[in-house]
Design a protein around this ligand. Structure first.
Ligand SMILES: Nc1ncnc2c1ncn2[C@@H]1O[C@H](COP(=O)(O)OP(=O)(O)OP(=O)(O)O)[C@@H](O)[C@H]1O
Length: 255
């Protein structure tokens, strides 16, 4: 097997809010081309981990290297990697006063110097790639269904042709059919674009359907990483319950 390239390397990460320690010496590698599912109980710091990797939270200690650059060192250095990743927040986090197209154009406006017609063409391409009809381009977020808003959020995350996308609970709030369509979309885009995907999720079906590897957050760190098959062997109470509980059995049966 070829050695795997690590594109995100988190070492010794410490995050705390007041005296509440969320992460205490967390290590994690993300490999190029994989779909990594990040799971953990509520409040274990999955979103905080995502936000500290993309520079929205400055950790109390530890380092995050992205594409070989230390992105914890300061905003200046981090700016260079911002075009290499895209982020989709939990509810899509779209700008409510902008249309879908304007939302997708926003990262291009901020970080690239493109003529308006090219920017618009690229935005429309991304909108069609996520399966939204052309008519949705001029809609405002409030005019879209939850599933469409998520697709629009994904189109915005893809705006700059990133190498990695960070998705925070992409299927939360979708009905089962919508959720599996969204999984399928992520898998197709990942294969077509050679994307790496970092996905925080509670969705056991998504873990089965599209994740190459899973990282479990517990006890203020990444307790274990591995394939779904490896997760089934882990002898830790929470991990065992999560991957063997009734919902896990149902997801396994339908995978
Ligand atoms: N800005 C903040 N200020 C204070 N506490 C915070 C802040 N952001 C997160 N926390 C706390 O950090 C902990 C981890 O939060 P986080 O949102 O990362 O959890 P999570 O694992 O994503 O949970 P869930 O699965 O419920 O979304 C929580 O206890 C939360 O209250």
């Amino acid at each position: 097997m070829e050695p795997r390239e690590t594109i995100i390397e988190v070492r010794g990460l410490v995050n705390r809010f007041g005296d509440h320690v969320v992460h205490d010496g967390l290590d994690l590698d993300v490999h190029r081309g994989e779909v990594l599912g990040v799971v953990g109980g509520s409040g274990t710091g999955k979103s905080v981990l995502l936000r500290s990797i993309v520079g929205l939270i400055r950790p109390a200690a530890g380092t995050v290297r992205a594409f070989g650059q230390d992105v914890t060192a300061g905003r200046q250095k981090g700016a260079a990697v911002q075009t290499r990743w895209g982020v989709m927040f939990q509810d899509g986090a779209l700008f409510s006063s902008l249309t879908v197209r304007q939302n997708v154009e926003a990262p291009m406006r901020e970080l690239m110097d493109l003529p308006a017609d090219l920017r618009r063409g690229l935005a429309d391409l991304k909108i069609s790639m996520v399966g939204l009809k052309p008519v949705a381009r001029d809609n405002y977020p409030s005019e879209l269904s939850g599933g469409m808003r998520k697709r629009a959020g994904l189109a915005r995350a893809l705006a700059l042709d990133p190498e990695i996308v960070f998705l925070d609970e992409p299927t939360a709030g979708l009905d089962p059919i919508g959720a599996s369509e969204f999984d399928e979309l992520i898998r197709r885009l990942q294969q077509a674009m050679g994307l790496t995907v970092f996905m925080v999720t509670h969705d056991l079906d998504s873990l089965h359907a599209i994740c190459d590897r899973i990282a479990v957050l517990a006890e203020r760190k990444v307790l274990v990483t591995g394939t779904m098959r490896e997760m089934l062997e882990v002898d830790h109470p929470w991990v065992h319950e999560y991957f063997h509980g009734p919902r896990a059995r149902a997801a396994q049966a339908s995978a």
